[in-house]
Unconditional design. Sequence first.
Length: 182
Amino acid sequence: MSKVILLSGSPNENGNTVQLLKECAGVIEKNGVEAEVVSLAGMHLRDVMDLQEGCEDGFDEIISKIKEAQGFIAGGPVYWGTVRAELMTALQRIAMASMQQGNFLSRKAGGPIAVARRGGVTSAIQEMMMFFLSNDMIVPGSTYWNIAFGQKPGDVINDAEGLETIKRFGENMAFVVEAING
């Protein structure tokens, strides 16, 4: 069965980003594709560009999951107009691992999701989108940008338009993953 890994870059394992990714994962699963939400919360990622050095921070397990999956979504909370540094460190390490291991991201489906209290979501989406496009990935669309708004944990579920956009993205993700791997 095809699988999508959804990576939360939030330091809060029960915050809005994780909640939105779980909603997206539920839609992906309803459309016949396995989905797993993984979180960077509590991890202390090293900014290592030479993966030959080896890292003992536990992130290699997440990279292995992404390598084996057919789709990958990155969810980023927006702080001060950009996604958190931990998520960008993770994306850079995933990209380096892919380059060093046969470009395993190439032609996989993927895309970003940004969550913010108010502003910065478009620059955050653009920042994350560079990862997907420069790694030769196929990015499904939706009815709007993959963004949602919320401040306190749970607020994002009350953003009706954002939630519907993310659900449609989840449907399209499952469709593309199945089309590629069918």
